[in-house]
Ligand binder design. Structure first.
Ligand SMILES: [Fe+2]
Length: 180
């Protein structure tokens, strides 16, 4: 990841603005940034605040469960679709409302890592992660995310994988699993 970031910085790829888009969960964005700016990831939270009016919040699914549509969205910063154009890595942020469970899923051929910027969250009910925590999901790993009751949660994420997968990741939830 570090080497890839060095390559990106050296290449200085073009920036193509995307259509600005909000989602219901972005009502929690200010609060997530306020909390993030008081924590260990304050530099990232401040940098994101500077770009807050230029972000494209989206769902990534053809069909989003109605409850999740009010409680989740993500924005890409770098990737095949921009705004910073790069075909072998996606960097972005995902925002969750308090009391959200993001259903079980996995990513084929894509390695996913998260750095927690703001809020408390748990993956697979294994532990509660605070800002600054780094979590890695290897390709195919099943995972589900649960957000704490009080605060929204903002995670920075990276997806690394083959260019064809990153340009069309075919996001879908794991079939037949109970969503809790
Ligand atoms: Fe994931």
């Amino acid at each position: 990841m570090r080497e890839e970031l060095s390559r990106i910085i050296a290449a200085n790829p073009p920036i193509t603005p995307r259509a600005i888009s909000q989602k219901p969960v972005t009502a929690h964005f200010s609060r997530a940034l306020d909390t993030g700016e008081r924590g260990s990831m304050q530099g990232m939270a401040r940098a994101l605040r500077e770009q807050r009016d230029r972000l494209t919040w989206e769902y990534g699914y053809d069909k989003v469960p109605p409850a999740l549509a009010r409680k989740y969205a993500y924005c890409e910063i770098l990737g095949p679709r921009g705004p910073i154009a790069w075909d072998r890595l996606i960097l972005g942020f995902v925002l969750f409302a308090p009391r959200t469970t993001y259903p079980q899923h996995s990513h084929s051929e894509i390695e996913e890592s998260y750095i927690s910027v703001s809020g408390a969250w748990s993956e697979n009910n294994a532990a509660v992660y605070a800002p600054g925590s780094l979590i890695l999901n290897r390709p195919g790993d099943e995972h589900r995310i649960t957000i704490g009751d009080q605060e929204p949660c903002l995670l920075a994420y990276a997806w690394a994988g083959p260019a064809d997968k990153l340009s069309d990741p075919k996001m879908k939830f794991t079939a037949g699993r109970r969503q809790v």
